[in-house]
Design a protein around this ligand. Structure first.
Ligand code: ADP
Length: 511
């Protein structure tokens, strides 16, 4: 230590004179630099004074020079260089404090200063590696108060003095990680609850700042996201409740539909039995009434089947059984089975194919459901005397051969602004004057789902008053050779006849 120091040289310097471990005197400039007066420190132990100034017992040991962060009486932080000189003959020492230029701490009128002052974000600046809080705006101090129930001023304290149980905690590991890697650590929606029960959520970022190639500071920035987080959590809760309610409703609907299906099936098969057994004993009047019962039972069955299929598709439990079929033959067979209904309405139905045979992998029942739905709609919405044309041809789409099945009618058409709506669940055209019942609107929604189950696409081209064309496109996958004529493909098969009767049951033929 230097031993001699001329008192004239000390003029204007910030210093403390320490004798026997006690502060004896201080320069005026020390008060200007730190805000502490002679009355604050005279006769106080130097270790105590150092604790007040630096937040810990800064013991210089044998060192004569040290650089540290000093906390002024006003809690403002500055960086100082402390040099200790031995003066006089006894144990008198002189502690000289010189402020260092520090852009981070003295950022008056800088952008950082503005961010700090407007308190929109909470900002805290820590020294490294001790994680001592050097600077914090009001918002940040409020956060500390709320999160860690700290009533006293947290400035100059280390994180382990602010956060209970910090040492060895996950939080400490995060801070160490940021400090050691030099990378920012971000934490989303961190929850704090104050003693008064005030719940807050914060997005936090812990950003290391380097000086002279070493991480010297960590800046912690807090964004109060309470409002948005609470809103999101509320929406999530509501969504969960809603999904549960929908699930329950679906289960209920499925249960009711099942319960309805059993008696309906018994009614229809009983009527069929009566028709067969009592064939010769039934008068025309009775036959007419039996027919009405049958048609209305089928109508109910159509709705029940649609609801059941709809819920099965939604819950992904729809069974599919793909086989190799000649789609031309299958389409012709289905048209044959419904021609009686078209005839009854006075609508002509024709079928034409540019392909003699087209074998593809498909599920016969699903394809039947799709086509029957399109055909029943076509008959339903085509007035007497007009016609329906079904055609099959091959096209190339995205360089691959596809088979296209078109159902074209000269019916009432669909307004262009409602073309997408009809494929939605319960989507129906909003027609003010219509002779036909518009139904429930489940049919085409199901059709669209079933078409995509078969890897196909459905499109609609329609003009109001002119007619509608529904086009189905399916990939012509390598299906191998089709069976000559599967027993299932027969227009007179009981299953197809019943399926057609059910599908056409909601059309009033005026009989
Ligand atoms: P639903 O199951 O009640 O029969 P769909 O989903 O099959 O109903 O059809 C939905 C609506 O689309 C029908 O109510 C009708 O308004 C309209 N629509 C469907 N096909 C045609 C068509 N070929 N011509 C005119 N309108 C049609």
């Amino acid at each position: 230590m230097d031993s001699v120091f001329a008192s004239t040289e000390l003029h204007g310097e910030a210093y403390l004179i320490v004798n026997g471990g006690l502060v004896e005197d201080m320069g005026c400039a020390f008060t200007s630099l730190t805000g502490y007066s002679k009355a604050d420190f005279t006769n106080k132990k130097i270790s105590e004074v150092m604790h007040r100034l630096f937040g810990f017992d800064l013991d210089l040991g044998n060192r004569t020079v040290s650089e540290n962060f000093l906390f002024k009486k006003s809690h403002e932080t500055i960086e100082v260089r402390i040099t200790v000189y031995k003066i006089g003959k006894g144990s008198q020492k002189l502690y000289l404090f010189k402020q260092k230029t520090n852009f981070l701490l003295n950022f008056e009128s800088s952008l950082v200063d503005k961010i700090l002052k407007d308190n929109f974000l909470g900002v805290g600046l820590y020294s490294c590696p001790d994680f001592r809080l050097l600077k914090a705006n009001r918002k940040y101090q409020e956060y500390i108060k709320g999160a860690w129930q700290m009533e006293s001023n947290p400035l100059s304290l280390c994180l382990n003095e602010i956060i209970p149980g910090f040492n060895g905690s996950k939080t400490e590991a995060l801070w160490r990680n940021a400090y050691e890697s030099g990378e920012t650590v971000c934490l989303k929606e961190q929850k704090t609850v104050s003693e008064e029960g005030d719940l807050r959520y914060w997005n936090e970022s812990i950003t290391p700042v380097s000086e002279d190639n070493r991480v010297k500071y960590i800046v912690m920035i807090l964004d109060d996201v309470t409002e948005n987080t609470l809103k999101r959590k509320y929406m999530e809760e509501k969504n969960e409740e809603l999904n549960k309610a929908i699930e329950m409703k679906d289960e209920m609907l499925m249960l009711i539909s099942h319960e309805m299906k059993t008696p309906l099936s018994i009614i229809t098969s009983s009527i069929q039995t009566v028709e067969i057994i009592c064939k010769n004993e039934l008068t025309d009047k009775v036959k007419k009434y039996l027919n009405k019962i049958k048609q209305n039972s089928y109508r109910q069955l159509k709705l029940v089947n649609n609801i059941l299929d709809n819920t099965r598709l939604d819950s992904g439990i729809f069974k599919m059984n793909k086989v190799s079929v000649d789609i031309v033959l299958l389409t012709g067979t289905i048209i044959d089975s419904i021609s009686v209904f078209a005839e009854r309405k006075g609508v002509k139905i024709s079928f034409e194919s540019t392909l003699k045979q087209s074998v593809m992998q498909t599920d016969v029942d699903i394809y039947e459901r799709i086509l029957l739905n399109l055909l029943s709609n076509a008959v339903k919405f085509t007035p007497e005397g007009k016609s329906i044309e079904v055609s099959i041809f091959q096209i190339l789409m995205k360089g691959r051969p596809q088979v296209c099945i078109q159902v074209k009618d000269n019916g009432i058409g669909i307004p262009s602004d409602q073309k997408d709506l009809i494929f939605e669940r319960f989507g129906r055209v909003n027609r003010i004057v219509t002779r036909q019942s518009e139904g429930t609107g489940i049919g085409l929604y199901l059709v669209k789902m079933l078409v995509s189950l078969l890897d196909g696409e459905i499109t609609l081209d329609s003009k109001e008053g002119v007619g509608s064309t529904f086009s189905l496109v399916f990939p012509l996958n390598n299906a191998g050779k089709a069976p000559a004529k599967p027993a299932r493909i027969d227009s007179a098969s009981e299953q197809l006849v019943t399926a057609s009767a059910i599908e056409f049951s909601d059309i009033y033929f005026g009989a």
